[in-house]
Design a binder for this molecule. Sequence first.
Ligand code: GDP
Ligand code: IMO
Ligand code: MG
Length: 430
Amino acid sequence: MANVVVVGAQWGDEGKGKIVDWLSERADVIARFQGGHNAGHTLVIDGEVFKLSLLPSGIVRKGKRSVIGNGVVLDPWALMDEIERLTAQGVEVTPANLMIAENTPLILPVHGELDRAREDQNAVAKIGTTGRGIGPAYEDKVGRRTVRVADLADKATLESRVDRLLVHHDALRRGLGLPEVDRAALLAKLEEIAPKLLPFAAPVWKVLNEDRRAGKRILFEGAQGALLDIDFGTYPFVTSSNTMAGMASTGTGLGPGAVDFVLGIVKAYTTRVGEGPFPTELDDDNGQRLGERGHEFGTVTGRKRRCGWFDAVLVRQTCATSGVSGIALTKLDVLDGFEKLNICTGYELDGETLDYLPTAADQQARVKPIYETMDGWSESTAGARSWADLPAAAIKYVRRVEELIQCPVALLSTSPERDDTILVTDPFAD
Ligand code: GDP
Ligand code: IMO
Ligand code: MG
């Protein structure tokens, strides 16, 4: 049986949630493997809108196993709020359909406070984070001083974990002019949430390996996008996890051989939230129009997303680093009505032509896009459900994208609605 990894191939918000929801009909298990509630995924099912941050986008379908893997950083209070919101929308979330890896690190209130304090106090180092404590939580994981889900089950362990963590945090907080952490209040908060969280805890690595042996289909759901990857993204303007396909394995406890198909989610143009380089960014009417037609406002923070032309250089690069087998091209309909469309096919830097984004930060900031101009189309593609419904110019655009990124289109999305999706190649096919 084929297992599929879905990853964002740009700077996030490519429409991963919609595609994962659509694909999850064909899957048995849907697993998140990195990131946290910095992610914001919007699903639209028969007109009803579901907003997800931490829960896998398969949660809205009955009879599927949803999994939060150890590669995620988990804010238990944010999770409980999300479960409550979904329950109010009629979605059942119980230990029967949601499982959380016992070795998942927690995001505690100190992490969000530190994230926001650093962003507010240091204009030089501002990343434009979501303020959710993602960076500090991953730092503590790697620093071997974090609290993990399993630690909640034993009072003595929990206390010693918290003490280890606070030695570090109190020192930092003194430097930032924040009050030291109230140890008793933090422990009380954790003891209060523990009985709500622990029923979901499980040895995810074991269950997933058994599922795999039983021939179940696993869909790994990535958050963010490959250009926000801690190693290969536009560092330091990135998130704090590996957002690429390779992370699906270490973020859940399945070997790399478990992945049969990597689906890269690609928006038909480019957006980015937060600071950092963006070669094809548009500061003109076209950029404005993309933002308006695409409703480009962040799900998590409500911030306006920066918009620009499609950058084939970047997507070719992220398809390579994630080993993308095929892409889902989303939001094609947003391009309806543009007379001309530009696609970036290379960069110019100091008189040289580049076919990739260099690593040095000053060069990333200075590269100038080289554009190829294509004819747009005046017809509407919104809601198209087959190739036959697409105007010739739109098909030409899609074909040119495939050629430039050296990767085929497996799926095409033409509206936020679940079923406004065109299937070209089934990622789950054996
Ligand atoms: P994610 O973070 O990758 O899951 O993406 P988001 O949900 O943050 O942002 C994508 C937005 O575009 C959401 O509001 C979706 O409902 C919407 N969307 C997804 N696919 C399409 C599409 O093909 N056309 C249009 N117009 N909107 C889409
Ligand atoms: P989804 O899953 C878009 C960006 C933030 C900031 C940087 C670091 O919805 O695609 P962080 O809070 O992670 O430390 O912020 O990463 N960012 C995202 N941008 N989509 C996301 O998730 C993002 N998650 C984080 O805006 O620039
Ligand atoms: Mg999003």
